[in-house]
Design a protein around this ligand. Structure first.
Ligand code: IMP
Length: 188
């Protein structure tokens, strides 16, 4: 039988609150605005998980900025494990050649997805390519990736909310939380 999702009731613990996220987004937006003043900044975010972070971050940036969206799916993995095999479902809609590109990510876990994306975007000849992630889970990193802007470093726990999903739900929570263990043990 399919488990019934209880959006708030399924959350065991709030790891990063809505207020903490919002103040961090403001702080990151300020830093990026200073660092990229006089540059040609393009934010590239990766759907679907980065959608809320991208929407909030771009509005916390006070300099002119272009945006573009990609969608990738990793395949061969499970609902909670990335495989590193990445398929591009939606490519950039404009050239980034000569731009100062900042990748906006929701979370870096093993780093395999981002590693693929960096190599792909480097091939498009941006002037610079840097990374901004809301969440960093360094405990599970398999490839070394220099990350320029990190919102929160979190422990090795699978999290949902603020764009992050489990079985495509929980993305619309305004905070980042950990699911109760029983949610994983029943089929979604
Ligand atoms: P990586 O390739 O292992 O770094 O994983 C990257 C992608 O896996 C992220 O962009 C997320 O979509 C997903 N992911 C990794 N950890 C989590 C998590 O704790 N919650 C939800 N999605 C996650």
């Amino acid at each position: 039988m399919t488990r019934r999702v209880d959006l708030h009731g399924d959350i065991g613990e709030i790891l990063v609150s809505e207020d903490e996220i919002q103040s961090k987004v403001v702080e990151l937006g300020r830093r990026i605005s200073v660092d990229y003043a006089e540059r040609q900044l393009t934010l590239v975010s990766v759907l679907k998980g980065s959608l809320p972070f991208m929407a909030d971050l771009m509005r916390a940036i006070s300099i002119p900025v272009r945006i573009d969206l990609m969608e990738v799916s990793s395949y061969g993995g499970t609902a909670t494990e990335s495989s590193g095999l990445v398929r591009i479902l939606k490519d950039l809609s404009a050239t980034i050649e000569g731009d100062d590109v900042l990748i906006v990510e929701d979370i870096i876990d093993t780093g395999l997805t981002l590693n693929y994306l960096i190599r792909y975007l480097r091939g498009k000849n941006p002037a610079t390519l840097r990374i901004c992630t809301l969440l960093d889970k360094p405990a599970r990193r398999l490839v070394d990736i220099p990350v320029d802007y990190i919102g929160f470093t979190i422990p090795d726990q699978f999290v949902v909310g603020y764009g992050l999903d489990y079985g495509e739900v929980y993305r619309n929570l305004r905070f980042v939380g950990v699911l109760k263990p029983e949610v994983y043990s029943e089929p979604a």
